[in-house]
Design a protein around this ligand. Structure first.
Ligand code: G1P
Ligand code: ZN
Length: 543
């Protein structure tokens, strides 16, 4: 089989965002589009000659076809081996683990994360490096640069590889190994957590509901929770990955996982609920009538991780994205360990994890993880919660009450305005920048502005600087608001407004978050003129 060299021309719009390239599926399916981007990845990382790559995705529409293209292109570009999840399935954290465990040179993960899937929905592809984590900014820039001057790509003309059959085959001169997607990942989880304690918890009658949202974590959760940990059959719902995620948004938040919320807030509902997203890196955790915000979850997990065997030695440090609430900072301060605030996107945690400066990381967008892989990991967070619940014997609500009593409560919420006019969103941000000098000292209701700036990050490990990472306005009350434009939306612009207020008065810890944040929410709108500029009365999504 000789590789075909196909002439092509650059296709605009192949600029990778915070987690690879995401586009409408039909855009990816255009002639040469996927091929161009795959070749740009290969060229951008210095070629794949003799390299080993991990390949898998979240099972969404076009996952299997795209994998066949990637395999034929990897073979034509001289790759030595591709390790592929059976059926083309690999959750993002499982792919990260596989890259590390097998010492691979990197991996291609097919997913648009929590975005819906299907011919008229979203598709995505991202490259992860040899540490198992998202490509660094330097690498994504090289990949993007190649998409702008690409003139040809290499592809083998060959039959499809049978992705369903575990074992080894050849594609041209390239070795293709199809592996069970769950086995290695489940073993890793077993090495970190006290499975005996969790087994006893389930045996005692503790009831859980895990909503896999028709996405990739179904097979992982069924094997780990039901088979290995003895949770009752039926604990995992919506557990079979479907190409269009059952027509839903596989995004684990109270809006898109409403069915789970309804079960958890019903009288006599389960003790513990959880959900994960399309590719298995996000998580939502909810106790009986007790939703846990991702920022609070990060703080509780960091505080009590030492109860799990994998973290018994304590944490080196905690890292959070800048818009994530400062609840984790208070835990780090109490423990006397380092705490880092990074730009949004998991790739910024990679250096801290590699350097051993941070052990646990998290983002307000339902991402939590640790140094066990280089991605956020939905099931990992769920298992750490289970380990803590099993060891303490407390309910989720009791753990949250304990936490707030000790550290205070960082009331927190994110308001998203989706598919807004891109020009209007950019003007809103530009006009905010123009107010950095005039805002301090101004009053908005009971709040007085203390500072306003745009977040820039100096990586403490490699010294690189990332600018333009979100506008922040701090109030003298300790509250703050952040404004950011999403890097993962696929339609128009998505404005994210992050709102936070610390409360330490013991009598004020049990309020509704939106009520507690009302002054910050009002100030956020007045400062940026959100309603007037977007023409929206209210956010599309509140988390
Ligand atoms: C969103 C989240 C961010 C996360 C990313 C990938 O990015 O806000 O925390 O890392 O998805 O899952 P955004 O759309 O805000 O750029
Ligand atoms: Zn995801």
């Amino acid at each position: 089989m000789t590789p075909n060299i196909v002439q092509t021309t650059p296709i605009p719009g192949q600029k990778p965002g915070t987690s690879g390239l995401r586009k409408k599926t039909r855009i990816f399916m255009q002639p040469h589009y996927l091929e161009n981007y795959v070749q740009a990845i290969f060229d951008g990382i210095g070629g794949v000659q003799g390299k080993t790559l991990v390949v898998g995705g979240d099972g969404r529409y076009f996952n299997d076809r795209a994998i066949q293209v990637i395999l034929r292109m990897a073979a034509a570009n001289g790759a030595a081996e591709c390790i592929v999840g059976q059926g083309g399935i690999l959750s993002t954290p499982a792919a990260s683990h596989l890259i590390r465990k097998r010492g691979a040179d990197g991996g291609l993960i097919l997913s648009a994360s929590h975005n819906p899937g299907g011919p008229d929905e979203d598709f995505g592809l991202k490259y992860n490096g040899p540490n198992g984590g998202p490509a660094t900014e330097g690498v994504t820039e090289k990949i993007f640069a190649r998409t702008t001057d690409i003139d040809s790509y290499r592809i083998l003309e060959a039959h499809d590889v049978d992705l369903g059959a575990i074992g080894v085959t050849n594609l041209g001169d390239m070795r293709v190994e199809i592996v069970d997607p769950v086995t290695d990942y489940a073993a890793l989880m077993e090495s970190l957590f006290d499975f005996d304690a969790i087994r006893r918890l389930f045996a005692s009658g503790f009831r859980m509901r895990f909503d896999a949202m028709h996405a990739v974590t179904g097979p992982y959760a069924t094997e780990i929770l039901e088979t290995r940990l003895g949770a009752a059959p039926g604990t995992v719902v919506n557990g079979i990955p479907s190409p269009d995620f059952g027509g839903g948004h596989p995004d684990p938040n109270p809006i898109w996982a409403k069915d789970l919320m309804d079960h958890m807030y019903a009288d006599g509902g389960p003790d513990f609920g959880a959900a994960s997203d399309g590719d298995g890196d996000r998580n939502m955790v909810v106790g009986a009538k007790c939703y846990v915000s991702p920022s609070d979850s990060l703080a509780v997990l960091a505080d009590l991780a030492h109860l799990a065997p994998g973290y018994a030695r304590g944490l080196a440090g905690i890292a959070r994205s800048m818009p994530t609430s400062a609840a984790a900072d208070r835990v780090a301060a109490a423990k006397g360990i380092e705490c880092f605030a990074t730009p949004t996107g998991w790739k910024f945690f990679g250096n801290l994890l590699d350097a051993g400066r941070a052990t646990i990381c998290g983002e307000e967008s339902a991402g939590t993880g640790s140094d066990h892989v280089r991605e956020k990991d939905g099931l990992w967070a769920v298992l750490l919660w289970l380990n803590i619940l099993a060891v303490t014997g407390k309910s989720v609500q009791a753990l949250m009450d304990d936490h707030w009593a000790r550290y205070g409560r960082n009331y927190y919420s994110r308001h998203d305005y989706e598919a807004v006019d891109a020009a209007a969103a950019n003007t809103l941000m530009a006009d905010l920048r123009a107010q950095f000098d005039s805002l301090p000292g101004q009053s908005f209701g009971p709040l007085v502005v203390e500072m306003a700036d745009e977040f820039a990050y100096d990586d403490p490990v490699d010294g690189s600087r990332s600018t333009g990472q979100g506008i922040r306005v701090g109030f003298t009350s300790g509250g703050r608001v952040m404004y950011r434009l999403s890097g993962t939306g696929t339609e128009g612009a998505t404005l994210r407004v992050y709102l936070e207020q610390l409360e330490t008065d013991p009598a004020a810890l049990a309020q509704d978050a939106q009520a507690a944040l009302a002054p910050v929410i009002a100030a956020a709108d007045r400062i940026a003129g959100i309603r007037a500029r977007t023409g929206r009365d209210a956010p599309d999504v509140i988390t």
